[in-house]
Every structure is written in C-alpha cells, then in structure tokens.
Design a protein around this ligand. Structure first.
Ligand code: ISC
Length: 473
C-alpha cells in the first residue's frame, strides 16, 4: 500500500532531513541568499504513477517520467524552485540558473539510489519564434522545475527525495516534518486506473484535405530545391463529457508502448503527455546517446507481412534519404561537444506497437564541463522534427503549418545536479485541458513524398494518444 509505506519511510528520515535543513540555513546566512536542501531516502518500491494519480488536484505542478521496459518510473510533485526561460537562448539561461542553484546546495543522497538528489523536470517549446495561440499558456518556451518531492523506482529499488529552499531567516524546524505530513495527507487509498470513455469523435483542427494541400505545397518547394526536408504536423481534437483521466491514460500508454518514454508535465489545469519512441539525447557517466529516428511504415498483421513491410522500409530510397539527413545532422552536432562520435553505417528497424521506424543510434563521450542541456541545445530541432536547412524549414513551418506546436516535438526530460540527464522528443503526445484534448503528429516530407500516404502515416502516429484518451478511429 503506497500511502502507508512511503509516508512511513518519509517520517523515519525526518530527523536527518531537519539536520540538513539547519545546515542549509547556516549556509544561506553566510551567502545572504536562499540555499537548496535536498535529501533522499530509500523507500519500498511502490508505483510512482499511483502517487501521481493521488496528487491530481492537490498540486499545481506534476511530472511523470517512465521507461516501462527499463523498469523506470518517476513522479515529481510541486515545485521547490522553477525557472521559465524564453527566446532562442532558453537552453543557455535555464542551464545557468540550474548550475547556480545546485552550486551551493546541501545534498544528502546515496548515489546508488535512482534519481537521488535534486532532479529537475524540464520541457521546451518546439520553436520559441512560432506564432502562439494561447493554447500553451502554462507552458513557457523553456521550463525547469525542481519538484518538492520525487518518488523514483528503478526495478526493485526506490527513492523518495524532498527538496526545499531555505533562506537565511527561514525556520528550518519542522520543514521536513510538514513535508512528510503533506505527503501522508496526499496519499489516499490504493489507486486503480479507470477505463477511458470509448470512441470519442475525432475533430480535425484543419480538414485532412487542407493538410494534404499543405503537404503538396511543401513537396513543390522541395522539388524546386528551396529545401531538402520539412516536417509537417497536424492536430486533432477530442472533447469528453467528463474530465480526461490523465493517470489512466499514462497507465494505458505504459502498458501498450513499453519501449517508449512515457511522460507527463501537468501545470495548472493542463497536462502535456505522450509516449515518445524518440530519445533526443541522454548523458550518463559521461556517455552520450542520441538517436536518429525518421522513416516510417505500418506494422503488418502477420509476422510475414510485418517483415515484408519492414524490408520495404529499409529499402525505400525516399525513407533512407529522410533518415540519413537526421543522422548526419546528429553526428555533426555531437562532434562539436564530444571527444568521439560513433554510429553504424546502416539503420535498423525500431518496431513500436503499430508503426516501425528507421533507427540509428549515435553515441559519444562528452568533452569536459558540458551538461545535457548543452547537448539538447546543439541537437534540437533535428531534421526528424524540423527539416533541412534548419532555418529554412522552420520558417516554412511558421508560415504554412497553421497550428501552434507548443511543446509538441520539443525536448522533454530531466537533469540532475551534475548536469546529466535524459531528454525525449515530445512526439505521440497531447495537451489535455480538463474535457478537451489536442493531439499532435507530424511527418517528414521530402521531394518524393505523397500527401495521401503522409496523411495515413499521421493517423498511425496519432493512434497511441487516441487510444490512451478514448478517441475513436
Ligand atoms: C514527427 C513525428 O515523427 C518523427 C519521428 C519518427 C519518424 C518520423 C517520420 O517518419 O516522418 C518523424 O520524423 C511524429 O511522430 O509526430
């Protein structure tokens, strides 16, 4: 029972936590500014998604991150600290603010625990220069927030972390006792995901025929050699008679798409969630891993048909070109930040439930002093979500796509006190606001693209979120 075990563990560590808070207060006095205190404790491996579910309505900020097939799940609640960054320098300013926060922090964390110590949740808009619509009001161009509490589970090991800011005059007495009590109050009975309402009608933000026309216009510009590739996205909407059940949608995503990054950032009354197959980049122990993912095909109904479709994708000249542009860009971006970069010369197939992609892993070793946000800044947007040349494609998207991507196709993930962490590209995602949901999917367009086939591909990419939220076909 999550509520009993986690809350008991928290109370057991209160004395140690209060001692750290007192240390932080002394440091805050010396420095004349607030100091971060972060204490992690081992707890029983309860399901972080249950905690996320119990906290619905209880806190303004909630974060969920999971790699189901890796046995990883993380929930962060509240915000002990946050920074909203805007404009093209958002990665740099967010990284500087984080470095400054952790530089003087009082941290008590066993490095063998998963997600021990202060870990910030992070998300960034696809394009800070885009025309905005108000849809993404709670989601700034760049956001880092440090949850007040984080429950993380990796396999059968779990940690609970409390983070707080202690000022020179803050009374640190009872700081953690009150946090532990808040946690206990938050946790009600056991949580079980409800089934979503079935077959909600799907509304197109733009008629599919209009979207095909936009794709055809892009193809004409690509053939006129104005650019080599552009990724065009579309939006569909769902309306429900009741509030959408975000934890239940996440439960569905992690069961149906175990090999993806299942994520949610909930702010105010809205939640952005998805199940992305695409890692933008991870940095762990100095090792960098990025992925080239572009080129798509449906899965087959039988193993034979699936293999045939996979072979067709591997042999498709159009898809190989679309893919190669991505890998070349990633190699070159990482080349500037890593001591060596490696990638196999041929892509392999990445198969997710209803779609398969061309996939090339790209790895390297970070050169000194860089953080995962430096890698994100160098990589985003790859031509898997933008295009080539990047500035021409982004300008084309701004002028013609006729939707507000917001955080869709932007980097979403986490980073720790050492500047290491992991980011996914926020694909197969939706922004949910109580009874309304906006779902997004995009397709890489090159000169050989066929608008009708691209539309079919976008349907495949919408499927995970339609199924998670209860949308019909
Ligand atoms: C832009 C999306 O997918 C990208 C990732 C994999 C394959 C893609 C493609 O084949 O077009 C896209 O580049 C999306 O899912 O919204």
């Amino acid at each position: 029972m999550i509520h009993v075990r986690v809350a008991t563990a928290a109370l057991r560590h209160v004395r140690r936590m209060e001692e750290m808070a007192e240390l932080a207060r002394q440091r805050a006095r010396q420095l004349g500014r607030p100091v971060l205190v972060s204490v992690s404790a081992p707890v029983s491996p309860d399901d972080p998604l249950a905690l996320f579910a119990r906290a619905v309505g209880a806190t303004h900020n909630r974060f969920f991150w999971s790699q189901p097939s890796q046995g990883l799940a993380v929930t962060g609640l509240g915000a002990a600290w946050e920074i909203a960054a805007s404009g093209e320098g958002r990665f740099v300013s967010a990284a500087a603010a984080w470095r400054d926060l952790v530089a003087h922090a009082c941290i008590d964390a066993d490095p063998n625990l998963p997600f021990a110590g202060p870990v910030a949740a992070a998300g960034f808009a696809f394009d800070p220069l885009r025309p905005t619509s108000g849809l993404w009001a709670d989601f700034p161009d760049g956001l880092l927030f440090l949850p007040r509490m984080i429950l993380a589970r990796q396999g059968d090991v779990a940690s609970l972390t409390f983070n707080g800011l202690v000022g020179p005059e803050t009374s640190s007495v009872n700081l953690y006792l009150s946090a532990a009590r808040r946690l206990r109050d938050l946790l009600g009975g056991p949580w079980r995901a409800a089934h979503p309402a079935e077959a909600l009608p799907v509304e197109e933000a733009l008629p599919a025929s209009t979207w095909r026309t936009i794709v055809a216009e892009a193809v004409a510009d690509l053939r006129a050699a104005k650019m080599e590739k552009v990724v065009l996205a579309r939006e569909v909407r769902l309306q429900s008679a009741q509030d959408f059940d975000i934890p239940a949608a996440l439960e569905r995503l992690r069961n149906e798409y175990p090999d993806t990054f299942v994520f949610a950032v909930a702010r105010g009354g809205r939640a952005f969630l998805g199940a992305s197959p695409e890692r933008l980049v991870s940095l762990r122990g100095g090792v960098v891993a990025a992925s080239g993912l572009a080129g798509s095909m449906a899965r087959g109904a039988t193993p034979d048909e699936d293999a045939r479709l996979g072979a067709a994708l591997l042999n498709s000249e159009k898809d190989r070109r679309e893919h190669a542009l991505v890998v070349t860009m990633i190699r070159s971006a990482l080349g500037n930040l890593c001591s060596h970069v490696e990638a196999p010369s041929e892509p392999v197939l990445m198969k997710v439930r209803n779609i398969q992609h061309l996939f090339t892993p790209v790895t390297g070793r970070i050169a000194g002093g860089r953080s995962v946000l430096d890698l994100v800044a160098a990589l985003h947007p790859t031509p898997a979500v933008g295009g080539k040349p990047n500035d021409v494609a982004l300008e084309w998207i701004r002028a013609n796509e006729r939707m507000d991507r917001g955080w869709y196709a932007g980097p979403v993930g986490w980073l720790d006190a050492r500047g290491e962490g992991e980011f996914a590209v926020a694909l197969r995602s939706a922004l949910v606001s109580k009874r309304e949901a906006a779902l997004f999917a995009g397709c890489g367009i090159v000169s050989g693209s066929d608008p009708a086939r691209e539309e079919q591909e976008s349907q495949l990419k919408l499927r995970p979120m339609l199924s998670a939220l209860g949308g019909g076909a």
